[in-house]
Design a protein around this ligand. Structure first.
Ligand code: NAP
Length: 284
């Protein structure tokens, strides 16, 4: 497994976690999903990413069930507040509901899901208050581009932002032009969401690319695992692939432990190059 990242508050941050969007919504796959999450935890993963938005709390409830009985210290729980709840008394109420669903008294990381109507000053004030109350250990943002980050870092307390969770995969490399170097300079890791391009569906030709197939074969992995290896090759990035299948979770853990050679990274990088100019931040 890759060694942890260091956050600006000095704490460690895992390089690989489990995403949970769309999990917990289908009773027919409930047991399989619980098994997938528990397999990840048993195989050494600690970080689970969720959001109050996912299934309107059903993802958080599923996680609460999957982690029940586990030592809280062995978990790194991340959830997100919706923009409409990111100010006034609403943020704490949202957070309390999230904590209840998860069956815990604190989050390791709380993210502002995307920018909405509340001012950044207001949202940061509320997040900092939750840190002081011990309900969250730290906070970050999601879907913030460079100009949003600059604005955030200029408001009181904004400098305490620990991560930015954005879309990043081999077929969507816009953040490499400006945002990724900016965040590195600021000591803020990226949490890459959709690292598998949602099983390849976000970018045509990824899964059928002969170049990717050849490199994947060389390492004895699937193209999906190769997509994860690509994202994790960047030293300032954590990835949170989602799977509701234990076998896929195991594959993702295996991919994260592979020593991906620079020369092979270059080959797939050239097949799906990063833009050479500033582009809009991709979101889903
Ligand atoms: N902050 C935001 O705005 C935002 C937005 C989107 C996502 N996210 C977070 O990021 C996480 C990841 O993104 P995502 O869920 O959209 O997409 P993703 O992780 O890129 O792709 C998930 C898809 O890949 C499949 N998969 C996973 N591992 C596989 C493997 N080893 N082999 C083959 N298929 C595999 C899954 O199917 P199986 O279940 O069959 O394995 C699923 O269909 C989310 O779950 C969520 O936690 C955040």
């Amino acid at each position: 497994m890759l060694s942890d990242l260091k956050l600006k508050d000095g704490s460690s941050f895992p390089r690989l976690g489990m995403g949970t969007w769309l999990l917990g919504e289908n009773p027919g796959t409930h047991e399989e999903e619980i098994k997938a999450l528990r397999t990840g935890l048993e195989e050494g993963l600690t970080l689970i990413d969720t959001a109050e938005m996912y299934g309107n709390g059903l993802s958080e409830k599923l996680i609460g069930e999957a982690i029940s009985g586990r030592s809280r210290d062995s978990l790194y729980l991340v959830s997100k507040v919706l923009p409409s709840n990111a100010g006034g008394d609403r943020l704490e109420r949202s957070l309390d509901t999230t904590l209840k669903r998860l069956g815990t008294d604190h989050l390791d990381m709380y993210l502002y899901h995307w920018r909405g109507g509340y001012s950044l000053e207001e949202t940061v004030f509320c997040l900092e208050k939750m840190v002081r109350k011990g309900k969250i250990l730290r906070w970050g943002v999601s879907n913030f581009d460079t100009d949003d980050m600059e604005e955030l870092l200029s408001v009181p307390g904004g400098e305490n932002c620990c991560v930015n969770q954005v879309l990043y995969h081999l077929g969507s490399r816009g953040i490499e032009f400006e945002l990724l170097p900016f965040l590195k300079e600021e000591g803020i890791p990226v949490m890459a969401y959709c690292p598998l391009a949602q099983a390849g569906s976000l970018k045509s030709r990824l899964l059928t690319s002969p170049v990717l197939k050849t490199v994947a074969d060389k390492y004895g992995v699937s193209v999906m695992q190769l997509l994860l290896m690509f994202v994790l090759h960047n030293e300032n990035v954590c990835a949170i692939p989602r799977s509701g299948k234990a076998s896929h979770v195991k594959q993702n853990i295996q991919a994260a432990s592979i020593d991906f050679k620079d020369e092979d990274f270059r080959i797939i990088s050239e097949a799906f190059p990063a833009p050479e100019h500033k582009t809009y931040l991709d979101i889903v």
